[in-house]
Write a new protein. Structure first.
Length: 198
């Protein structure tokens, strides 16, 4: 399908080199700066509770490019089934990433649209094709990522499509939270009933 269309390369939207984190000296506990890893990025979101932490002093020594800014797109680049997960960084406070996560700062497309483009079936198929390396230690290189192709016509409406999908996902997440609360209440009723029978 891509070969039949007028396409663009993803690299056209990423004029600067990708930035990857280091392998920092982690501290015990959460009294420091969160480091986003592959586990932290799930379903196009960042789960802070899955982050590990470094000291504020170690954070200050990081290159400015490794300190996250709102609107950065985060992408997992290696680790087998973890490859190709994306999310937009929109959190308050200081954060960085580890060596398995790349920071993308796109131009000519919004961060949200870029994240959804990478997560789309067309993007995921190209991650699967580009993935290489030993079992369990596979990765996608920056050069591979820059060669990802998408129909050029998609650029004309990707912002609208991303915004529409985002609104739908927000409504779905609200429903999920309500269902989770109902399930927790049901378990509490069940647990209390069991305790009363003992």
């Amino acid at each position: 399908m891509i070969n039949m269309e007028d396409t663009f390369y993803l690299g056209e939207l990423i004029p600067q080199p990708l930035v990857k984190g280091g392998q920092p000296p982690y501290i015990d506990g959460t009294d420091g700066v969160p480091v986003i890893n592959t586990l932290s990025i799930q379903h196009l979101q960042i789960n802070v509770e899955d982050c590990r932490y470094i000291s504020e002093e170690d954070y200050e020594y990081l290159l400015e490019s490794r300190k996250l800014k709102k609107g950065d797109v985060l992408l997992t680049m290696d680790g087998g089934t973890s490859i190709g997960k994306s999310a937009v960084f929109c959190l308050d406070g200081d954060f960085t990433v580890d060596s398995h996560v790349a920071i993308i700062r796109p131009v000519g497309i919004s961060a949200k649209a870029m994240a959804y483009l990478l997560a789309s079936p067309m993007g995921q198929l190209q991650f699967n094709k580009a993935e290489s390396g030993a079992s369990g230690q596979t990765a996608v290189t920056e050069e591979d990522l820059r060669r990802f192709q998408f129909p050029r016509v998609l650029l004309e409406n990707i912002e609208y499509l991303a915004e529409d999908l985002d609104k739908k996902r927000e409504k779905i997440n609200e429903k999920k939270k309500m269902l989770e609360a109902e399930e927790l209440e049901a378990w509490n009723i069940f647990s209390n009933a069991c305790l009363n029978k003992i």
